[in-house]
Design a protein around this ligand. Structure first.
Ligand SMILES: C[S@@+](CC[C@H](N)C(=O)[O-])C[C@H]1O[C@@H](n2cnc3c(N)ncnc32)[C@H](O)[C@@H]1O
Length: 599
């Protein structure tokens, strides 16, 4: 478990360096929540998270065998006359034949790399298609996706994952894909057209994975249960109307039921036009997205008369318990209007064009309209605060890595980020590349400076007024938003609350303060961010005892650790439409939210 810290390390990371003087306001959160969080509870919060970045061994497959399998596998999709023969050849290749040199690669990184390579190859192939190359190859291999997968495995032998039963290392529940070829590239499902994939083990066909595409009669109604129609005899996918036979995929599913073998299930979602998702490859996905939903067991099967009067196999699959839902189930329901559609959009963009991505306001509960406040995208510093001039930085010529740069030195010798996220770090403050670096935007360390990258929306909750959620899947570690408002001395906040008119007591008792204490500061130097009158989407983020966001202190436009930017990051993978929450308590991440008690 790469990033789970020992209790000692957590104390070092999170405990305030100074004892903080309390200001005269009271934190407000549900009973039993938000009070002192013990270390064990903190650990539980973090442990509850699936740590997908565990290293596993990865084996390299010999070139000859994977090529045979690819040829057999693709031949089946292209459906030639001697299909049966080739299927058997493919099925005989099972996970056991997977031998070769051993190479330790982090499995999650491997999956990301494979997808990147796949897209790179696809792009290159498309670019060269003007010269007619792609056309020629497309004809030979099926289409450009097949070609890209094939080239990927030819060029990068290690990338090939043979057909196997069970989870694929590095692929997580909720991972999203745009094309079937991507499933093939990462080893989730090797069939490009057929919904059922299988292997032959000890002379028996066993299903490895299925893609529920909704092209057959029965649709998924929930992630817990999938009613899946067998293959064959479906004119909608080009075959002749006929009774389905207990052979190939159908036989494999039946055998898997008898053997109690788990099957990977991939759903094709019907994502409403207005929403977006971020796929495992970091791309924004729109509709027909494929999502990996986890392992399922065939519970029963039967033969029923289908809509064309022919016999159809129906398999009922149940999700293996203990696995999370990959995404909001509304995406599965079709035909009837979902909760999401019934919501009224109160404002299309509360940021009024100030954010990269519009932030809309939705209310499906009552007739309340959005509260009024001034939307800002930069913290407002008090008049007495003078942005200190950054320390001399030796990274002045551009993006080349320099072990001695001020940023790296401040981050303990490394940059704790890749191009989209910050990895957990023991450094209390992350230095992202100050203005002196002159490479703020091209460096991978400029994660938060690029602004909000997910389609966030403010929505009406049942019990705590407004909350924030994302319409897209957020991967663990991703930057979500900054908490923005006016930076004030605690004393000033206290005054504002005591002398407040409606501004600090209206909005149903909601308060919008976030206070932080820093090492080496005196009481006089304690600051609070007040987002009551001026703020951003962060002011609507609710409290939870098991939050999905955490804060990190980030410096980029100055180096004054007293007033860092408070950046909120996903501490776990967050399915689309799940409410985003932070822990308001003081003990997590050295900051706390102060709320006014509702009258
Ligand atoms: C930063 S605001 C969050 C946005 C707020 N819900 C709103 O409608 O503006 C903090 C306030 O939200 C409410 N709140 C946040 N999380 C809550 C929770 N888990 N249970 C009840 N109220 C909560 C409290 O009124 C708190 O003072």
């Amino acid at each position: 478990m790469a990033f789970i810290k020992s209790p000692k390390e957590q104390i070092r990371d999170f405990s305030p360096k100074i004892k903080r003087r309390r200001v005269g306001v009271v934190r407000e959160f549900p009973d039993g929540c938000g009070s002192h969080v013990s270390l064990m509870q903190q650990r539980k919060c973090e442990d509850g998270d699936s740590d997908v970045l565990t290293s596993r061994n990865f084996f390299v497959k010999p070139r000859q065998s994977f090529q045979n399998e690819m040829i057999a596998s693709e031949s089946r999709d292209i459906a030639s006359g001697d299909e049966e023969l080739k299927i058997d050849a493919a099925a005989q290749m099972d996970a056991a034949s997977f031998n070769g040199d051993e190479k330790a690669i982090d499995s999650r990184e491997r999956v990301k790399l494979v997808l990147n390579l796949f897209h790179q190859i696809l792009t290159n192939a498309r670019e060269s298609s003007s010269e007619g190359n792609l056309q020629k190859c497309s004809n030979a291999y099926g289409n450009d996706h097949s070609l890209a997968v094939r080239r990927l495995f030819e060029q990068e032998e290690w990338a090939f994952v043979p057909k196997q039963i069970g989870s694929i290392p590095g692929v997580e529940i909720g991972d999203m894909f745009e094309w079937r070829a991507e499933l093939q590239a990462v080893g989730l499902h090797h069939q490009r057209i057929c919904g059922i994939d299988y292997i032959k083990k000890d002379g028996k066909l066993l299903a490895t994975s299925i893609v529920s595409s909704g092209r057959y009669e029965k649709n998924a109604i929930s992630f817990g249960t999938l009613v899946y129609s067998g293959e064959g005899g479906n004119p909608r996918v080009g075959s002749k109307q006929a009774d389905q036979k207990l052979e190939r995929g159908n036989l494999a599913l039946m055998n898997s039921k008898e053997a109690g073998v788990p099957i990977r299930v991939i759903y094709r979602l019907r994502i409403p036009k207005a929403s977006t998702c971020i796929g495992a490859n970091g791309k924004e996905l729109h509709k027909n997205t494929l999502v990996y939903a986890g392992l399922y067991l065939v519970e029963s099967y039967s033969q029923v008369r289908g809509q064309f009067g022919k016999l159809v196999f129906q398999f009922v699959l149940k999700k293996v318990l203990g696995q999370p839902n990959p995404i909001h189930e509304n995406f599965l329901s079709r035909g009837k209007s979902s909760e999401i559609k019934r919501e009224i959009v109160c404002a299309n963009d509360i940021s009024q064009g100030k954010e990269n991505i519009p932030i809309c306001f939705k209310n499906g509960i009552d007739v309340e309209t959005p509260p009024k406040f001034d939307y800002i995208t930069n913290v407002i510093c008090p008049s007495f605060f003078e942005a200190p001039s950054p320390n001399a930085c030796n990274r002045i010529t551009g993006c080349e890595s320099s072990k001695t740069s001020a940023c790296e030195a401040k981050n303990g010798g490394t940059m704790p980020s890749d191009s989209t996220s910050h990895i957990p770090t023991s450094s209390p403050v992350i230095c992202e590349g100050t203005s002196c670096c002159k490479c703020t935007f091209c460096c991978t360390n400029g994660v938060t400076q690029r602004g909000i990258a997910f389609k966030l929306e403010v929505f009406r909750t049942k019990f705590k007024r407004w909350g924030v959620r994302s319409r897209s899947y957020i991967r663990k570690g991703s930057f979500v938003c900054e908490y923005i408002g006016e930076v004030l001395h605690d004393k000033e906040v206290e005054n504002r609350i005591n002398n407040s008119d409606c501004n600090y007591s209206c909005e149903g008792g909601s308060a919008h303060f976030l206070s932080f204490a820093q090492a080496g500061t005196s009481d006089v130097d304690n600051f609070t961010i007040d987002a009551t009158l001026h703020g951003n989407v962060g002011r609507f983020i609710g409290h939870s005892c098991s939050p999905n966001l955490r804060s990190l202190y980030v410096l980029y436009d100055h180096v004054d650790e007293k007033v860092p930017h408070i950046m909120l990051f996903a501490m776990k993978d967050i399915p689309a439409l799940k409410e985003l929450t932070i822990d308001y308590s003081y003990t997590m991440g050295k900051f706390g939210m102060l709320g006014v008690k509702p009258s």
